[in-house]
Design a protein around this ligand. Structure first.
Ligand SMILES: *Cc1c(COP(=O)(O)O)cnc(C)c1O
Length: 381
């Protein structure tokens, strides 16, 4: 598709494709009268900037077909989960895919299949959704934070080696916002310390690292199809891999007793996607390429314009991130440049104008939830 963009096209396309704006804190100098930005934009922004999800009779028919088939689950012999897995893995250039009930359960499946458990340490960034942390503790392993880079918002690979101990088993980078983490640098440290890498790609379907879709940059990638995500079936997820043995372990873990190649009895849970959700995904997937291209074109256009505003710094793409999925449009707001517009007011103004904007994720390492676990006697090293 053409990458040419205009203000009119940008506005029209944002109606169809939601994009949250996520504004992190920052501090540097110089003042700028930012109110003019907001006022200038006001007249051009339509009411329903974040109309989501998008569907029509394709989805209606898909759901009715499952209903009328009477085969509502993959264990009942339904074909839709497999159909979605085939389409998703093909597009992501992964050999295998396991559809799961959520992004969280895709991550739990990956950790379970790698036999991450008590005594194991898992390295993850603190700037992420809490689920990335919870899947580690739910696997009875110890989460270890490695700082996120304030410019890219991604895990800082130069700090990973210092956090690795003999107990470290897994690196769990997150492609936060849908922008890819620096996978070459992460894989280099992983190799040096004999660690596995699982990508939390929940926000990043169709993001690319050095021209290849994320999801197979490590042994596996985990995706979420929860309502707010780029590809959506209400609740759902998937795990991608090109490692055959790992695929079978994951498949067995997510459907105990029903695994391939032979039925397995072992550690696992029921993390299966239903046929209804799979049918919705298959239908949504027919729009996904176009929606992703629109997101991408819009975001690049936005970056060009926002970069001209002192005090606003769009997220820097990491080395090798050749395409972000732009689940969020992340930027930093520098209060020194906005004397008349404190951060809270800046956000409130954007929301008032119909631009869904939030302050982004907090620092997970400072939350009461994480601190309580850190002081729990079972987690003291
Ligand atoms: C959404 C998300 C998850 C969890 O996915 P669910 O489908 O909500 O379980 C995990 N990690 C990140 C980074 C996410 O954005």
């Amino acid at each position: 598709m053409s990458t040419s963009q205009s203000r009119r096209k940008f506005i029209r396309n944002t109606v169809a494709v939601s994009a949250g704006v996520c504004i992190a804190k920052s501090s540097t100098a110089v003042a700028h009268p930012a109110t003019t930005i907001v006022d200038k934009t006001a007249s051009r922004i339509p009411k329903a900037v974040t109309e989501w999800p998008v569907w029509d009779e394709t989805e209606e028919n898909a759901l009715l077909n499952v209903l009328n088939s009477g085969t509502w689950g993959r264990t009942g012999g339904g074909p839709r989960c497999a159909e979605f897995e085939a389409a998703f893995s093909k597009r992501l250039q992964a050999k295998y895919c396991v559809a799961t009930s959520s992004g969280t359960t895709a991550l739990l499946t990956a950790l379970g299949a790698l036999n991450i458990g008590p005594g194991d340490e898992v390295i993850l960034p603190p700037y992420t959704f809490v689920a990335t942390f919870n899947v580690v503790t739910n696997s009875y392993a110890l989460p270890v934070f490695v700082d996120s880079d304030p410019h890219s918002f991604q895990i800082d690979p130069t700090k990973i080696a210092a956090a690795a101990t003999p107990a470290t088993k897994l690196l769990l980078p997150v492609h936060i916002g849908g922008y890819s983490a620096d996978m070459d640098a992460i894989n280099t440290v992983a190799k040096q310390h004999s660690l596995q890498v699982i990508e939390d790609a929940c926000q990043a379907p169709l993001a690319e690292y050095r021209g290849t879709p994320v999801g197979t940059q490590g042994i596996g990638g985990c995706f979420s199809f929860q309502s707010s995500k780029n590809l959506n079936c209400g609740e759902g997820g998937a795990l991608t891999t090109s490692d055959e043995a790992f695929f079978h372990k994951c498949y067995n873990f997510h459907t105990p007793g029903g695994g391939k190649p032979a039925a397995s009895v072992g550690r696992g849970s029921n993390f299966r996607l239903t046929e209804f959700q799979a049918a919705l995904l298959v239908a949504q997937f027919t729009r996904f390429e176009r929606q992703s291209n629109e997101r991408n074109t819009n975001a690049i256009y936005l970056t060009k314009l926002l970069s001209e505003i002192p005090g606003i710094a769009p997220a820097k793409l990491t080395n090798g991130c050749t395409r972000s999925a732009y689940h969020l449009y992340m930027l930093r707001y520098d209060k020194q440049h906005f004397a008349d517009l404190p951060r809270a007011k800046f956000l409130a103004e954007l929301n008032r104008l119909g631009v869904g904007a939030s302050s982004g994720y907090g620092t997970l390492n400072t939350t009461p939830h994480v601190k309580a676990l850190a002081t729990n006697q079972h987690y003291v090293r």
